[in-house]
Design a protein around this ligand. Structure first.
Ligand code: GLN
Length: 489
């Protein structure tokens, strides 16, 4: 083993099971790398002491023949999962000193399975953004080219996994925040069906869209962690009362690509899509075709309204969710001259520019004079988008598309133009509005300005078809020939 940290999660777990390495050794190595690579900005809080205690306990449990499926595996957590006794900021000044008194369901499931919490990871403030430049604590640099964005909003998670600082990480996806940074950092990222995981204890952005998910370097690892965090939770009434399949086991059975029906939505291969990204996706599609898959052009005609609808629905829900940050019960409080002044001063100081923009847009589209013109219309568009997908899935098993229209751009390049930034979500938002599962898996690398940059292949499935998209992504990973980032010392 040249460097323990380049193992996949599955390999690291196997090495621990064979006694070749201990959790303490893996955890120490990961913590040392996180400290040494802090300049990337991927972590907001490295929980060294806590991680080492967990690792010692994991090693003890293993000796005693006990422990869950992730026993001793060091991972990172997007900083919007509430972690009991560990600061949780959502990358916002308003929660800069907030320490939750309870644990999110997703993270609790990870600790119950034996995982080790290395760090809380950077993100766009309240998950609002697609470049991780909206964090109150600084951007995340892309490990492939440090002048470029990591993608967002789960940029810290994507970068930490790509940079071998942890074996896997949690993310959250409202309109693309797992798939898009996974594409830009050359790792695997899955957003399951809305309702697959509990949202309890996740700092809310847009509750009808927010969904937990996983980043890892292999599809197999992604399946393993996803099946750990999925499942019904009585604390979240939107979590579905469904059995969680054993996706790892499903991956062991080889998928017959012969006859697999792959849909290509023509509205995703349009102007604005970088020619190299298109090429990378089409090359992947051709390889599937060569294996006997059937390629079928499908139409999702309402796609063009998706970004506009999302940027009404998501801010509307955000405006309501973020009303709780008023300086009264927890979080930042800036004392003012009376109640209203205290609210104003607290929220003015606590929220960043993008968050304020969304709160204003959200309240505007919900205001009585404009509600029907904006919010109702957007909800109607949302229904049409879901209907488009439902019609397509009558004809195909999965849909393939680019994850993002371009590879990672330079930090600062789009900061002055929020609409240009919003358009970067055009290919991930429709599946989010429809509540569908989607995965991004590295498709290829492209050359740009002297840098080698990854681009992602997005595979979208019908509701509850995570198993299918994982299988297709796994098939792709075994035939893609994608060269992951070499570890930088
Ligand atoms: N980039 C999108 C936005 O800014 C999606 C963010 C997300 O999925 N959390 O809202």
């Amino acid at each position: 083993m040249s460097n323990l940290l380049t193992l996949t999660a599955t390999q690291a777990l196997a090495a621990m099971a064979k006694g070749e390495v201990s959790s303490v050794e893996l955890t120490q190595a990961a913590l040392a790398r996180m400290e040494a690579r802090k300049h990337l900005g991927a972590s907001l809080l490295i929980t060294s002491q806590h991680a080492l205690q967990q690792a010692e306990a994991a090693d003890k449990a293993r000796k005693a023949g006990a422990g869950g499926p992730l026993l001793g595996l060091p991972i990172g957590i997007k900083d919007l999962y509430c972690t009991n006794g560990i600061r949780t900021t959502a990358a916002s000044r308003i929660l800069e000193n907030f320490t939750p008194a309870y644990e999110s369901t997703v993270t609790q499931k990870l600790w119950d399975a034996g995982a080790i919490n290395l760090a809380k990871l950077n993100m766009d403030e309240f998950a609002m953004g697609g470049s991780n430049e909206n964090s109150a604590f600084g951007p995340v640099k892309n490990p492939w080219d440090e002048l470029r964005i990591s993608g967002g909003s789960s940029g810290g998670s994507a970068a930490a996994v790509a940079d071998y600082q942890c074996f896997a990480a949690t993310g959250s996806d409202t309109g693309g925040s797992i798939r898009q940074p996974a594409a830009m950092c050359g790792v695997v990222g899955i957003k399951p069906t809305y309702g697959r995981c509990s949202r309890w204890g996740m700092v809310a952005f847009a509750s009808s869209l927010d969904q937990a998910g996983i980043f890892a370097r292999s599809v197999e690892d992604t399946a393993l962690l996803l099946q750990t965090i999925a499942g019904h939770d009585e604390k979240d009434s939107t979590s579905a009362p469904l059995e969680v399949p054993n996706w790892v086991e499903e991956l062991q059975k080889p998928l017959t690509l012969k006859g697999l029906k792959i849909g290509l939505p023509k509205e995703y291969f349009v102007e604005g899509l970088d020619a190299r990204v298109k090429q990378a996706v089409m090359n992947a599609v051709k390889k599937f075709e060569a294996q006997g898959a059937e390629i079928i052009e499908v139409s999702l005609p309402t796609t063009e309204y998706a970004v506009a609808a999302y940027y009404i629905v998501a801010p509307a829900e955000a405006a309501s969710n973020l009303a709780r940050y008023d300086g009264m019960r927890y979080g930042l409080r800036v004392e003012g001259n009376g109640l209203v002044d205290t609210y104003t001063k607290t929220r003015t100081a606590g929220f960043g520019a993008e968050v304020k923009r969304r709160i204003m847009v959200g309240n505007y589209v919900l205001s009585s004079g404009y509600y029907d013109a904006y919010y109702t219309k957007a909800m109607q568009a949302r229904t049409l988008i879901a209907n488009d997908f439902a019609a397509a899935f009558k004809k195909v098993d999965v849909i393939m598309a680019p994850t993002a229209p371009t590879p990672a751009f330079k930090i600062g390049e789009k900061s002055a133009d929020p609409v240009a930034m919003y358009l970067g979500d055009a290919f991930t938002i429709p599946a989010s509005l429809a509540g569908l599962p989607g995965i991004s898996v590295p498709a290829a690398t492209v050359e740009e300005g002297g840098s080698t940059l990854p681009v992602g292949l997005q595979i979208i499935g019908n509701h509850w078809q995570e198993g299918k998209i994982l299988q297709v992504a796994h098939a792709w990973q075994t035939m893609s020939g994608f060269t992951p980032l070499a570890i930088k010392e």
